[in-house]
Ligand binder design. Structure first.
Ligand code: F0G
Length: 367
């Protein structure tokens, strides 16, 4: 027995001990949970902060660019950070069903966490504007999907109305627990870097995530004194830029369907973030987004088009960046979410119908 244990210990000693309990357990003391909260988790969070050599070189002036790759969450987007909180609290409050409007990612995440928490989920989506991967997820996770002849803004209006009239919990980013969960991404960045970046570049749709990051940085700055707060740079697509133009866009259009939103619910909160952080909101074209999307892939990082808006925005501001800055671009969703966009927008060589012979393949390889 002694020998057996000795061997076992020796073997265990060869492993790197690693465990991540999910973001609620990891950051419990900063979140509105108690011992009574049933934690519904898929071990979300703890996503990598990846150094980008090619973007750092492109910006120059000793800038260090990092990518917060939140597309590596369990359902492939940052929404899981908010959803673990929203669903856990819904469960604690005894709710039986949840509802959301979505451009895709919220619906996938809500469906997954609702299933995990044994709750019913309903999702309203804009007909024809949800990327395939996201739709596949919502179907698989067992949501009831209602595809409306209207855009995201209309869908959100309806679900907000429904949730005030019926006993069904709204899990869009108007739900305060969503923002609470999402703020942990800012904690992770500070925990990784040891400080906050000079700039945080982030795509904006409903502007829940930019609000959450700012909350996270501010809260951490109270705990970790000397934490200098970042300048918050929010980016939207030119055809869908209500926050940049300070208007309601009636018919938003963009290749980045995740942020195809004309009337963001968190508009006022986003304005405060911009003011407090001395930040800026800018638009980028679909063309800029696709260029950034491809540039990231050249470095082995595949994100969805909406996420690439943060990098497109950074590139646009190349000449405004102070020497020696550290910048974080948030990559909100995984590239696999939108395979159609990738298949239509790449420079790869794809030969098909090739004869399966050594001679033929050798000829192609030019050896
Ligand atoms: N990036 C991705 C990949 C998203 O899915 C979203 C929002 C955003 C950025 C913008 O975040 O709304 O907090 O400013 N997607 C929502 C959805 C609207 O329904 O999945 P935001």
């Amino acid at each position: 027995m002694y020998l057996l244990n000795k061997i076992k210990n020796k073997l265990q000693g060869n492993y790197i001990k690693r465990s991540w309990p999910g973001l609620i357990n990891a950051y419990k003391q900063y979140l509105p949970v108690s011992s009574k909260t049933p934690i519904i988790s898929l071990n979300e969070g703890n996503t990598p902060l990846i150094f980008s050599e090619s973007l750092s070189n492109l910006i120059g002036s000793n800038t260090k660019v990092y990518l917060k790759y939140d597309g590596l969450n369990p359902t492939g987007s940052f929404k899981d950070r908010g959803m673990t909180m929203a669903i856990s609290k819904a469960k604690e409050e005894g709710c039986q069903a949840v509802i959301c409007a979505s451009t895709g990612n919220t619906s996938a995440s809500a469906a997954a966490y609702a299933s995990r928490g044994k709750l019913k989920s309903y999702v309203l989506i804009p007909d024809g504007y949800v990327a395939q991967g996201k739709l596949a997820q919502a179907l698989m996770y067992g949501a009831e999907i209602i595809s409306i002849k209207g855009n995201f803004d209309k869908a959100l209006e309806i679900v907000r109305d429904l949730s005030t009239k019926y006993p069904i919990t709204l899990v869009n980013s108007v739900n305060p627990y969503r923002i609470q969960g999402q703020k942990t991404a800012a904690f992770e960045i500070v925990d990784d870097l040891g400080f906050a970046p000079e700039w945080l570049c982030i795509p904006m749709g409903n502007a829940g995530n930019i609000t959450a990051y700012w909350m996270g940085f501010k809260e951490y700055s109270k705990i970790k004194r000397n934490l200098k707060l970042p300048i918050m740079m929010g980016f939207q697509s030119e055809g869908s830029a209500p926050l940049v133009k300070n208007i309601i866009v009636q018919d938003p259009e963009t290749i980045a369907t995740a942020i195809r939103i004309g009337n963001p619910v968190n508009r006022e909160k986003a304005k405060i973030v911009k003011k407090e952080s001395k930040g800026d909101f800018q638009s980028v074209t679909d063309e800029d987004i696709i260029k950034a999307y491809k540039k990231l892939a050249e470095e082995g990082i595949f994100c969805e088009p909406a996420s690439a808006a943060s990098v497109a925005g950074l590139i646009k501001n190349k000449n405004r960046i102070k020497k020696g800055s550290t910048i974080v671009c948030v990559l909100t969703g995984n590239g696999l979410k939108d395979p159609d966009c990738a298949i239509k927008n790449n420079d790869a060589i794809f030969r098909n119908n090739v004869e399966p012979s050594l001679k033929e393949i050798t000829k192609i390889l030019k050896y």
